[in-house]
Design a binder for this molecule. Structure first.
Ligand code: HSE
Length: 294
């Protein structure tokens, strides 16, 4: 039997649509695998009633099939589905590591990225590596695809993610993304993305926060999150260095000055509350990838 802790992740970080991702210290999924003749799946925890246990329909079932590693798999969800916090990626990455360990398959963490991404695609419809890469490797990742591979750096910046009780499907969130962008907006995005990368390598929350600005994708998606602008201003006044939509939303992510997470979390919750929207804030950090517990 093998148990792993699989982290929530935040993709895009504004300027890095479908490319950037970070692992978060919390929340987490816990996944336990035991050898079996055929794969069976049991799901408990946050939002488990929305997750199919049929291996043909579950992201983790697809991973077990791809690895030819049948097992009884128990997923204890801490990362709510449809949160913008990489819920299916956490389960896919966690199962990939756990099964690799259980059957001593010898894959590296990088080898497991495309396998976990295909598993995630079963749920999201498209294979993106910007959640599974940080879930597997930890830290900050740049998903470079087949030609560039994945670039990775370990860092540990303070983060707050605030998950409002709003439903935003990934499909809707992708449908609002503009198909084209003005050259000036593209230049602005590249400028900020490059600044964000420099900030990650220097562990600098100010460069990372400023680098999250993006004039193309985020404004379109922010319209799907009631109160986003008010929450963003409140977070920055309370000590956030930058605020953007986490993944496809509805979570909102803020990078913070050291020691300011509590203030930022309170300000975000209060701002959502003023719009009569319930939410939950996580005070967290950029953290590790999947960890094998026993
Ligand atoms: N990069 C993806 C998106 C993450 O923003 O749509 C969610 O799969």
């Amino acid at each position: 039997m093998v148990t792993v802790r699989a982290p929530a992740t935040s993709a895009n970080l504004g300027s890095g649509f479908d490319v950037f991702g970070i692992a978060l210290d919390r929340p987490n999924d816990y996944i336990t695998v035991e050898p079996a003749e055929q794969t069976t799946i049991e799901v408990t925890g946050v939002g488990s009633r929305y997750i199919p246990e049929d291996p043909e329909k579950n992201t983790v079932g697809a991973v077990a099939k791809a690895l030819d590693a049948p097992a009884h798999i128990h997923i204890d969800k801490g990362v709510r589905p449809a949160s913008g916090l990489g819920s299916s990626a956490a389960s896919a990455a966690g199962a990939a590591v756990a099964l690799n360990e259980l059957y001593d398959l010898g894959y590296s963490r990088s080898d497991l990225i495309p396998i976990a991404a295909e598993g995630e695609a079963l749920v999201s419809g498209e294979a993106h590596e910007d959640n599974v890469a940080p879930a597997l490797l930890g830290g900050f990742t740049i998903a470079g695809g087949d030609d560039l591979g994945t670039t990775h750096v370990n860092t540990s910046l303070p983060i707050v993610v605030c998950l409002p009780e709003i439903v935003v499907s990934t499909k809707d969130a992708r449908n609002v993304v503009p198909e084209t962008a003005e050259l000036t907006d593209t230049v602005t995005t590249i400028r900020h993305a490059a600044t964000l990368v420099a900030g990650m390598f220097q562990n600098d929350p100010i460069l990372v926060g400023k680098g999250m600005h993006d004039p193309v994708v985020t404004p379109a998606r922010a319209d799907l999150i009631d109160g986003f602008d008010v929450v963003s201003v409140a977070a920055q006044e309370a000590g956030a260095t930058g605020v953007t939509v986490s993944g496809a939303g509805p979570s909102v992510i803020a990078t913070c000055y050291p020691g300011r997470q509590r203030d930022v979390a309170s300000a975000m919750v209060e701002a959502f509350d003023q719009q009569s929207i319930d939410c939950r804030a996580y005070q967290t950090r950029i953290g590790h990838g999947v960890e094998v517990l026993d």
